[in-house]
Design a protein around this ligand. Sequence first.
Ligand SMILES: Cc1cc2nc3c(=O)[nH]c(=O)nc-3n(C[C@H](O)[C@H](O)[C@H](O)COP(=O)(O)O)c2cc1C
Length: 231
Amino acid sequence: MRNDLAALMPVLEGFSSRTSTSDGRAAERGPVPFANAVPAEPAEPLAEELRPVHDLRDTLLRRRSTMHYGDGPVRTDVVLSHLREALEQDRADWGMDAEAGELEAFVFAFRGEGAPPGVYRVTAGDCSHLAGPDEVGPPENLVLQREFAAAAGIVAVYANLDRADTWAGSHGYRVCAVRAAMATYDFHLRCQAAGLVGSLFGGLIPSAVRGLVHSDGVTRHPLLATTYARP
Ligand SMILES: Cc1cc2nc3c(=O)[nH]c(=O)nc-3n(C[C@H](O)[C@H](O)[C@H](O)COP(=O)(O)O)c2cc1C
């Protein structure tokens, strides 16, 4: 653990710079669209499966650290619905999509039901299926820590750093990181309240899915991930 605060302070202070390092033309570039995306239907917001089975207090009290997940499938359409709600909340809370770009989440659904397995793209306004499990390959290839590969699925939240930097330099990056963290925790807590489990983690291997999600590390860059699974 790095605890040399004197060395870290200039790094943290650097994030307060609002000077863009870009060429001011981010609005002309966008993340690459997905030509073969097939629209997908998240579960209806009033679906029985989306109703929380625990309130916030119980959810927090029930939290335990464990190395193991249950091996049952998780309803993928329900996961898509939780995620879309978290991203809608980001759009409503921050109101920054037009200036600093929208958050995009990619779901790698390994062990699901209610919708085909594979890769999904979810934003506040869109949900589509991008690829089947064969194109994703073994889950172990996606993560630094093997235990996360045993989850029913992984959600990775991406941001458009090109737009964020053009909006407000390093501060724009900082705001994107906070938005991604809030949205990921929002999704994770919705899953926990529904009786599922998971871990937020930084160890997604971006290069393992770079081609699949057309991530160039600038207009579409991964910031945070979480697993979801049955307990
Ligand atoms: C930004 C962030 C990144 C994290 N990355 C990892 C990680 O890569 N690997 C890991 O085991 N835990 C990671 N964690 C910690 C786990 O999410 C989790 O908090 C930890 O396993 C302890 O579980 P508990 O919080 O339920 O007690 C990260 C947490 C945060 C907030």
